[in-house]
Design a binder for this molecule. Sequence first.
Ligand code: MF3
Ligand code: CO
Ligand code: CO
Length: 242
Amino acid sequence: MRVAGRVTACICGEIARCVGPGVETGELDALARELISKAGGRSAFLGYRGYPGHVCISVNEEVVHGIPGRRRVEMGDIVSLDVGVEVDGFIGDTATTVGVGVTDPGRLRLISAGEEALRRGIEAARAGARLSDISHAIEQSVLRRGFSVVRDFVGHGVGRKMHEEPQIPNFGPAGRGPKLAAGMTLAIEPMINGGSHEVRVLDDGWTVVTRDGAPSVHFEHTIAIAEGEAEILTSAGSERKN
Ligand code: MF3
Ligand code: CO
Ligand code: CO
C-alpha cells in the first residue's frame, strides 16, 4: 500500500503541474496513461464500471467523475484531478484541486476549505476513534467556513480493491460506526460545494455537477490508521511540514 500510495501521489502531482491555461483535459489523461505505464502500474479507473478515462478531471461546477476530453482549461478555473493506480495488487487513490490563476476570493476560500476539510478528517482518523468521527470533523470544518458538503458520494476503505468497506460519509454525527484500528487503510475524500450541496449526473452517465452551477472542490488521500496520527500513504514524500 505504501508503494502504490507513493506512486499514485507522484503521478497526481505531475499531472497537477501540467494543469494550465489552454491545456485540454484529454491531454492530461494521455499524460496520466503514460506516467502510469512508466511506473509499471495500472489505472484503477479505466474500465471500472465502464469508465472510459485513466483519471477523473472535473472543472468548476463539475464535482467528481469528469471524463477527460476536449474541454480546455481557462484562467480562473478550478480543476479537480482524481487519480487511482494499482501497483503490485494494491491501490492508491488521491485527489486534489488546482486553481488556474484563480483570483476570485470565493473560489480561493473554497479551495482552502477543501484542503482544511481533508486535513480535519485525517486528524480525526485515529485508532480507537469511531468511523463517523471522521465524517463529523469534515462536516463541521466545512460548515464553519460557510460551504456545503456533497452527500451523495462518500470516502471508502481501499486496499486490493478501490472501493472496500466501510463507506465514509463526509457528514453526520460523531461516535457512530466501527472503531478504527491500526493498519486499516481508508480513502478520505471530501467534496465541497460553493453553493448548495445538491448534485446531479450529466447524460454521459458519469460527470457529477452541482445543481446550481456553483464551483466545487475535491481533495482525497489514502491513509493508514495508526495509534497516533494516521500515515498519509498518498504523499509524494517531498512535502515539508513547516
Ligand atoms: N477515485 C474515485 C474515488 O475516489 C472513483 C472513481 S470511479 C471511476 O472513489 F469510475 F471513475 F473510476
Ligand atoms: Co479517488
Ligand atoms: Co476514492
